[in-house]
Design a protein around this ligand. Structure first.
Ligand code: B16
Ligand code: MG
Length: 225
């Protein structure tokens, strides 16, 4: 029994934010779509898939490529700022009812059982979002877009999270919804759980259709292995 407890305590979780804890993709989409429309082109929900897990600056580059628009750097900085201001209007209205299915229970279970966990997100708004959802105090560490110099698929965000948790990368389990995030987790030498399209996230060690499948039974099984 003692061995079991010890083994459980060795592991740690690292959660992505957008698409794993909360569905902010729809708000990113609204804000990017307005920006695209203001620039004179359309931006579809399918195209929005390309922006998931991607940094803000890279998202703008992808969007401008889609619209075949070239802008000077100063203008890019301004419209990224405007997009974020628009996005924040949605974010600041969010409540706990927007936490993705089962995730609040998972975080509370890990907390109660002293399994450490960190955030590993590309978003520069991560701390604000976690505060808004009243989840921030549950996290043992937070690593977000403000803390990294290299965006996913670079493993930096997850390696910093492991370091902050005092864990070896191979004891960390990453939960991600984006290809770039799964690639980053694998490159960090961590166990990766992909949430979403199995075909798209086929490089994950374990695939789940949605967060509702990340049950407490599954968490317990992962911790035992
Ligand atoms: P922000 P994650 C990512 O968060 C989003 O998936 C991605 O769509 C967004 O562009 C990126 O954060 C940057 O977000 O503009 O808030 O800094 O999935 O890594 O938690
Ligand atoms: Mg994500």
């Amino acid at each position: 029994m003692q061995f079991h407890t010890k083994a459980m305590n060795k592991k740690a979780f690292i959660f992505d934010l957008d698409g794993v804890i909360v569905d902010t993709a729809k708000y990113h989409y609204k804000a990017w779509k307005k920006l695209a429309n203001d620039l004179g082109f359309d931006f579809t929900e399918t195209q929005n898939e390309l922006l998931k897990g991607v940094s803000r600056v890279r998202s703008l580059e992808i969007l401008l490529d889609i619209g075949k628009v070239t802008l000077p750097d100063a203008e890019k900085t301004k419209i990224m700022h405007d997009k974020n201001e628009h996005y924040l209007q949605f974010i600041t209205q969010m409540g706990q009812d927007e936490i993705l299915e089962g995730m609040h229970e998972v975080l509370l279970y890990l907390k109660e059982n002293n399994i450490p966990f960190s955030l590993g997100s590309a978003s520069k708004n991560a701390r604000l979002i976690l505060t808004q959802l009243d989840l921030i105090d549950l996290f043992d560490a937070i690593v977000d877009g403000n803390d990294v110099s290299k965006a996913k698929p670079d493993p930096e965000v997850f390696l910093i999270a492991a370091e902050k948790l005092g864990k070896n990368p191979d004891d960390c389990i990453v939960v991600e919804d984006a290809i770039a995030g799964i690639e980053a987790a694998n490159a960090a030498g961590m166990i990766s759980i992909g949430i979403g399209d199995k075909e798209m996230l086929k490089e994950a060690d374990l695939n789940l259709n949605s967060t509702s499948e990340l049950s407490l039974d599954l968490i317990k099984k992962i911790l035992r292995n």
